[in-house]
Design a binder for this molecule. Structure first.
Ligand code: AMP
Length: 378
């Protein structure tokens, strides 16, 4: 029987799973258990895992890889989830109060049901731990960092790592470029959105910070904001910390600007002449362009821009609105290439100095690769 890798992505009320055949790590099957702890669902993550294992039948995985949102400064790559690593993920719970406990529940459920199977954590923050201190630090008094861990960690790291590596391989094969020399800006545009500056495969800056709220405008999150707006609104609108948290994370972004957070719907409304939707798209794309410019400056040169995730891979109109005003910086789209729909890695520029690529992301596949590589069970 072929060895398999099970990848688990545990949310507070859902457990997504993907099974891969090693060593090629081709996807075999996948699914999701929803409504964990809710009416009509299973009671807890242990029961959710039991349902996944039932589905797998005889197919016991050789290794389990977990997506873990916050690895703090402790994890700069995937890690075997031994007792010390689990304790460290637990210690980081205050930085990711919804996400890390769910991942830990998944880890404990696997340890109980499959005690001999090695477990590996892949962290959303890990790829960004190479950021220079100057990119990771906020200009706050040092005690905020030393005593409370307030610094920039970055997220979506698994996706930025995967698409920057694949973009490097693609440009080596198709354009003879050396991946070690490439300076890329990767744009993960999905429900959450983030940008990363990647030099020779190493992350040197990213737009999300202490939490996944900083940076680009997202479906329901503000991204960058004058921090004084928070204290000002707390006072003038009488919002509590919890209400403020909700406003910034769930009621802002595209949704706050125009009432819709799905980019497909916002694009349709803008095409129909809706002024709020048009403004929302302008704010969204302008922020992306500002980050492309900022990261070109941080990198010292720009060789490529990589679009990924639901919006980046599928929304030609967003790519057009981002790239067209940047033509003066050598970022020129080929309209036909941009309009073509495909699931493949592809190049969209008109042969200018800056390659524009779409690389469909594969976070689960990357987690499987990291877990298989680390567990050494092959
Ligand atoms: P993700 O988080 O990567 O799954 O991305 C989800 C988001 O991608 C959705 O909220 C949509 O806004 C967006 N999306 C998916 N397909 C399209 C499309 N064809 N055009 C525009 N946006 C899309």
């Amino acid at each position: 029987m072929t060895a398999t890798v099970l990848v688990l992505n545990a949310g507070s009320s859902s457990l997504k799973w993907d099974l891969f055949a090693a060593p090629a790590l081709t996807s075999l099957k996948s699914g999701v258990v929803e409504r964990i702890g809710e009416e009509g669902g299973v009671p807890d993550h242990a029961a959710a895992l039991a349902a996944v294992l039932d589905e797998l039948g005889e197919d016991r995985p050789a290794v389990v890889g977990h997506r873990i949102v916050h690895g703090g400064r402790s994890f700069s790559g995937p890690a075997l989830l031994d007792e010390a690593a689990v304790a460290e993920v637990e210690r980081l719970v205050p930085l990711a109060p919804l996400h890390n406990p769910a991942a830990l529940a998944g880890v404990r459920a696997v340890a109980e049901r499959l005690p001999d199977v090695p477990q590996v954590g892949a962290f959303d923050t890990a790829f960004h731990q190479t950021m220079p201190e100057a990119a990771a630090r906020y200009a706050l008094p040092a005690w905020c960092e030393a005593e409370h861990g307030v610094r920039r960690y970055g997220f979506h790291g698994t996706s930025h790592q995967y698409v920057s590596r694949v973009a490097g391989e693609f440009l080596r094969e198709t354009a003879g470029r050396s991946p070690a020399e490439l300076k890329l800006v990767t744009l993960h545009l999905g429900n959450g959105c983030s940008a990363a500056a990647v030099s020779g495969g190493v992350c040197v800056d990213t737009s999300m910070g202490l939490t996944p709220l900083e940076g680009l405008v997202m479906g329901t999150r503000t991204g960058d904001l004058d921090p004084a707006a928070v204290t000002y609104l707390q006072r003038s609108a009488g919002l509590s910390a919890e209400e403020m948290d909700r406003l910034l994370n769930r009621e802002s972004g595209l949704k706050g600007l125009c009432g819709d957070n799905d980019v497909r719907r916002v694009l349709q409304r803008a095409a129909d002449g809706d002024a709020d939707a048009e403004l929302a798209l302008d704010v969204y794309c302008r922020r992306i362009r500002k980050y492309v410019g900022a990261y070109a400056a941080a990198l010292g040169r720009l060789d490529g821009v990589v679009f990924t995730a639901g919006v980046g891979e599928n929304a030609a109109e967003i790519r057009r609105r981002v790239c067209e005003p940047l033509a003066g910086f050598g970022i020129a789209l080929d309209a036909a290439a941009n309009a073509r729909r495909s699931k493949e890695v592809r190049r969209l520029d008109a042969g200018g100095p800056v390659a524009v690529l779409v690389v469909p992301t594969d976070e689960e596949g990357e987690i499987a690769r990291q877990a298989w590589g680390l567990a050494g069970v092959g």
